[in-house]
Design a binder for this molecule. Structure first.
Ligand SMILES: [Zn+2]
Length: 268
């Protein structure tokens, strides 16, 4: 199947790499103003997760076909109930119950929540519990227009795919920083890494954006590596980034986190 969204090359690369490396994260947040694009992207990732062929998503196998008919037993789409504007805590409780049942047909059970920013605070808090310790075979795809309506604790547990053009300037700044940081990992010193991150020390939102970008880049790069030692190193980097995203939500000192990040990530 062709990638469903035009432009957005960064997102396209990240998604294609996740799929071919068989590393679809357990929680993905797709953010963007264009509902059609978000829906198309979430179904594309979902199709890859349930596809039964080697090159995923093929669009032709049983799994892909059942999904396109909205009839796949392992895919649940959760949205606002009739006459309501929000997704309630009870709907999320049902998801949690359902997530504990093993998949019937595919390797994964997928829950698409859209619009995820319509979840009430109680619903998000309930979801947070399962995002903190997600069952191995479950993938959550959250589609949202405005992630500022969501709890930062929920956002920090998701891999962020941003299709939004508004606020592009800020986004680009953070992305280029993650790019430069990633380049420095290969050649640079801890000091150089710390210098790059210094401007983020007073801004937790930007720091989280940076960690999200870095996470996507690490996942993307793993697939091009054949050396098992290097794969281990990338896995360690990924663990550090995931862990720091959680710590970022506590009162952890940013400067200290960056020092640990730089040390861990340059560790051979
Ligand atoms: Zn398929």
């Amino acid at each position: 199947m062709k990638f469903p969204v035009t432009g957005n090359d960064g997102v396209k690369n990240a998604v294609e790499n996740m799929i071919s490396a068989k590393r679809i994260p357990h929680a993905i947040l797709i953010e963007g103003a264009d509902r059609t694009a978000k829906t198309a992207l979430s179904r594309f990732i979902c199709s890859a997760a349930v596809c039964e062929n080697e090159v995923k998503p093929c669009g032709e196998c049983d799994g892909c076909r059942l999904l396109s008919k909205r009839n796949h037993p392992d895919v649940t789409i959760v949205t606002t109930e009739k006459d309501r504007k929000t997704i309630s805590v009870n709907q999320v409780r049902e998801i949690i119950l359902e997530a504990s049942v093993v998949p019937q047909k595919a390797d994964k059970k997928i829950f698409i929540i859209e619009p995820a920013d319509a979840m009430t605070v109680q619903a998000q808090n309930a979801l947070l519990k399962i995002l903190e310790e997600p069952p191995k075979s479950v993938v959550f795809i959250l589609n949202a227009t405005n992630r500022s309506l969501m709890l930062s604790t929920v956002i920090s547990r998701c891999t962020l795919l941003s299709l939004t053009l508004a606020g592009e300037e800020d986004g680009n700044k953070t992305e280029s920083l993650a790019d430069r940081f990633f380049e420095q990992i290969k050649s640079g010193s801890q000091y150089e890494l710390m210098k790059l991150l210094a401007p983020l020390e007073k801004d937790r939102t930007k720091a989280l954006d940076f960690y999200n970008e870095l996470e996507v880049k690490i996942i993307s790069d793993i697939r091009h590596i054949s050396s098992p030692t290097l794969v281990c190193r990338y896995d360690r980097m990924l663990d550090t980034v995931t862990n720091h995203k959680k710590l970022l939500k506590s009162n952890a000192n940013l400067s200290l986190l960056f020092t640990i990040l730089a040390a861990k990530i340059t560790e051979r």
